[in-house]
Write a protein that binds this ligand. Structure first.
Ligand SMILES: Nc1ncnc2c1ncn2[C@@H]1O[C@H](COP(=O)(O)OP(=O)(O)OP(=O)(O)O)[C@@H](O)[C@H]1O
Ligand SMILES: [Mg+2]
Length: 245
């Protein structure tokens, strides 16, 4: 028996309108993600990777098409349901960490638990457990400026995990890190995957592929085969057309 996908994306489109210009960031994406898989999404700048991840995380809504997560359509959720989905079902990791600078590592990790009805004591306990899972037990009282880039990203991962979401979405999580810290983050994402979570990572770093169960290639808002992707990468991507004078 074939396994049911945890995520089903059908004819997903996102069009941004800028004045008279329309940008088709996603132009009809179909994608199935199996539970417990680690998917790497690759594509040149502007190909729609972040847009896809944002829609999957319920951070934005599509222009057209559907996303089903565990059999539920995100487009049919109202803002309340979508808020709950963002807190409970997915953990989002950004390239730029997005930590709250005035808060300690511990307070940052506790933050997503604020609407969950979990007691204060239990929040502290859970946050401490997450920080120790990412190897930062001793840095709980440090603020982001007192942490290295790799440590900040590990705090962000602890924060993404604290409500125990079954799905982790990471948008170039190693983009702002040096090579060694970046690889540490990749191994951590792989560990979370091996523990049973579904992980989707946007990255340019080929080293992530060794941990991947599948690789998705995006070009101009559409998924393409590896061969098509390879063929396209032989062409220079033209820069913006020069303005007429
Ligand atoms: N909020 C927005 N308003 C207008 N256009 C947008 C918006 N967000 C994205 N776009 C456009 O949609 C296209 C896809 O953007 P997206 O951020 O998904 O690309 P990406 O693959 O993540 O690129 P990068 O590797 O540079 O992060 C781009 O052409 C971008 O200019
Ligand atoms: Mg992006």
């Amino acid at each position: 028996m074939s396994e049911q996908p945890v995520i089903q994306i059908r004819n997903l489109r996102k069009t941004f309108t800028m004045g008279k210009q329309k940008v088709h960031a996603l132009a009809g994406v179909d994608l199935d993600i199996l539970p417990g898989s680690l998917t790497v999404i690759m594509g040149p700048s502007g190909s729609g990777k972040s847009t896809l991840l944002y829609l999957l995380g319920g951070l934005d809504r599509p222009t057209n098409g559907t996303i089903q997560v565990n059999g539920r359509y995100l487009d049919q959720m109202d803002e309340n349901d979508l808020g709950l989905f963002r807190r409970k079902s997915v953990g989002f990791i950004f390239q730029s960490f997005n930590l709250i600078p005035s808060m300690t590592a511990m307070q940052n990790v506790i933050f997503p638990m604020r609407f969950t009805g979990v007691s204060n004591k239990e929040r502290q306990k859970q946050a401490a457990r997450m920080l120790s899972q990412v190897g930062l037990a001793k840095r709980a009282l440090h603020r982001p400026t007192e942490l290295s880039g790799g440590q900040q990203q590990r705090v962000a991962i602890a924060r993404a995990l604290v409500n125990n979401p079954p799905i982790i979405l990471a948008d170039e999580p190693t983009g702002n890190l040096d090579t060694t810290s970046g690889f540490g983050i990749m191994k951590l994402l792989s560990k979370l995957n091996l523990e049973g979570r579904t992980v989707i990572v946007v990255t340019h770093d080929m080293r992530m592929c060794q941990f991947a169960s599948n690789i998705i290639y995006l070009l101009d808002g559409l998924t393409v085969s590896e061969a098509e992707y390879e063929a396209a990468s032989h062409f220079e991507i033209p820069e913006e057309e020069p303005e007429e004078v």
